[in-house]
Design a protein around this ligand. Structure first.
Ligand SMILES: C[S@@+](CC[C@H](N)C(=O)[O-])C[C@H]1O[C@@H](n2cnc3c(N)ncnc32)[C@H](O)[C@@H]1O
Length: 283
């Protein structure tokens, strides 16, 4: 929006229409205190499309020719992409020191030397690259096929993830030894090395689009951290159900530390590891 241009007024009715449309599209829900936020972030879009009100903008989002692209733009304007390497280290410890050895032992015994991990809502890539570094650190996977799938609804963050070049704020809790081992300096920033990069496969994926998520192969571990906190109850249930279907028996679901499946699903069992409590699809 041009500086100094007054915000367009969003009526209560228009607010509810647009809020529901966004929620149905990507699961993100806004409470009654977010009207001003939508007014502020979306007024520029209304003007950009030369529309005169949020009412017209709503109809454009619902029926207009460019509605899908515009919903994509809205997602870029309204989502939180905050992330960094080695976030929530107690969970990562459970992953590296307890979950991985267990899966390696059980799968290895059956001769299935394959491990699939999904970082659902991967943002700019710090989470899946952290998982790839931890896989390499353990040194347990000689002769295995390890694949890390990473998906997000934002094309902007996926572009950054695929480039794999990061500045200081991504390394706020990263140990120097990991930076030295898995990155190379590039113009004052750090570029992820190819040995890490090649383990991760990035793709555009809307978690609510279960017709597409169902096409993913069975996963052994799903990380979906700090994503569902922004979702409404119904969308959470839908996404968690699809996680359940996608997980192999005995597979693990790791949510953010402030998130739980309470009132969302009773299908998983809570497993007590030394470092963390983790959801498991029962055997
Ligand atoms: C706060 S970031 C979390 C990143 C990472 N998981 C972490 O914990 O550091 C949330 C990410 O979820 C993505 N997201 C939100 N709704 C989504 C949806 N319906 N499908 C896929 N990704 C979504 C956002 O684009 C954003 O990049």
């Amino acid at each position: 929006m041009t500086l100094g241009e007054p915000l367009l007024k969003l009526s209560e009715e228009e607010y509810c229409w647009i809020r529901d449309l966004i929620r149905n599209y990507c699961g993100i829900c806004f409470d009654s205190g977010s009207k001003f936020l939508l007014e502020k972030r979306l007024s520029g879009q209304v003007r950009l499309h030369q529309l005169s009100s949020f009412r017209d903008y709503f109809y454009f989002l619902k029926y207009g020719r460019g509605k899908t692209e515009e919903l994509g733009t809205i997602v870029e304007l309204l989502t939180t992409n905050e992330t960094y390497f080695f976030r929530e280290d107690f969970q990562l410890k459970a992953f590296q020191e307890e979950i991985i050895p267990e899966l390696v032992a059980t799968k290895g015994k059956g001769g299935q030397k394959e491990l699939r991990i999904w970082s659902a809502g991967c943002s700019t890539g710090e989470e899946p690259y952290t998982l790839a570094m931890l896989v390499l650190e353990g040194g347990r996977f000689a002769g295995w096929k390890v694949e890390i799938f990473a998906g997000d609804i934002s094309h902007r963050v996926l572009k950054i993830a695929r480039k794999g070049v990061y500045s200081k704020s991504s390394f706020r809790v990263t140990e120097e030894k990991h930076i030295k081992k898995y990155f190379e300096p590039l113009d004052g920033r750090q570029k992820i090395k190819d040995e890490v990069k090649k383990l991760v496969n990035f793709s555009y994926l809307n978690l609510l689009d279960t017709a597409r998520t169902n096409l993913l192969p069975k996963m052994n571990i799903i990380f979906c951290r700090n994503v569902l906190i922004y979702f409404d109850h119904q969308s959470k249930r839908k996404v968690v159900e699809s996680f359940y279907d996608l997980l192999a028996t005995g597979g693990y679901l790791l949510l953010g530390h402030a998130e739980s499946l309470m009132n969302v699903s009773t299908s998983f069992k809570l497993k007590h590891f030394k470092n963390d409590l983790v959801y498991q699809k029962p055997r």
